[in-house]
Write a protein that binds this ligand. Structure first.
Ligand code: 4HQ
Length: 235
């Protein structure tokens, strides 16, 4: 997988990408993620990326020219992107199904907005999809892009060591994960469930399945109601 992140805070994105399983996958060349400083695609002395909003009002808007130039430069270097994703609270809510779909694409571009957001013509004619990581307002699209990349990159074959852990985890099959325990078998008066110490693998698998269903009913009944397309609504 090839991915490019466009941001005015490249050091912040680089630092996060260097850490953990994703960072190691990048070192090994399993994924090729490049961070692009949007200011490198400006043409004025001050490397301006924003301007005042037409119609007035508070804050600044990201100018279209540097963003178009950045995506065009990436396309020329890497080939036409499979998707150009804009991180925005106006987008479709990110979920595991979207992570799976994006992980199967060859070339991904992620745009991180700042200020009040990007000029609408970027959303209309450069971006192929808008994604939100949730209904809250952040100061920029960098953390959302890192969230999306983290969820996507770990699905690329060879990134996560044990492929089994990708399959049996939370949301595989639309259910929450089962409870996990490690040593000691008794900790401050709380014991690991007997069945897990039994060595009866079929019984353990049944117990875990039952725990997943029970936890999902209690904590996330929405996941069981086939509401996969609607978020919660107010009112
Ligand atoms: N922002 N999911 C505003 C977000 C956000 C989110 C990104 C803040 C874009 C301009 N992005 N900027 N939530 O809050 O994706």
């Amino acid at each position: 997988m090839i991915a490019d992140v466009i941001t005015i805070f490249p050091a912040m994105v680089e630092a996060a990408l260097a850490a953990g399983v994703g960072g190691r996958a990048r070192e090994r060349g399993v994924v090729d993620v490049k961070v692009r400083d949007l200011r490198d695609y400006t043409d004025d002395r001050h490397r301006t990326v924003d301007d005042v909003p037409y119609g007035g009002g508070p804050g600044m808007v990201m100018k279209p020219e540097p963003l178009f130039r950045a995506v065009e430069a990436i396309a020329a270097e890497r080939g036409a992107p499979s998707a150009v994703v804009l991180m925005t609270p106006q987008g479709r809510r990110f979920d595991q199904a979207t992570a799976i779909r994006l992980s199967q694409l060859e070339r991904l571009v992620l745009i991180c907005g700042r200020y009040e957001g990007v000029d609408e013509r970027v959303a209309e004619s450069l971006v192929t999809e808008e994604i939100s990581i949730g209904d809250y307002v952040l100061t920029g699209g960098e953390l959302p892009a890192l969230v999306v990349l983290d969820a996507v990159v770990r699905l690329v074959p060879g990134v996560v060591g044990d492929a089994g852990s990708v399959e049996t985890e939370s949301f595989a099959g639309g259910l929450l994960d089962f409870p996990h325990y490690t040593r000691p078998a008794s900790f401050r008066g709380r014991d690991v469930p007997e069945v897990l110490l039994s060595g009866h693998h079929a019984e353990i698998a049944r117990w875990r399945d039952a725990q997943r269903v029970e936890r999902t009913k209690r904590r996330r009944p929405d996941l069981l109601k086939g509401n996969h397309h609607e978020g919660d609504r107010n009112g």
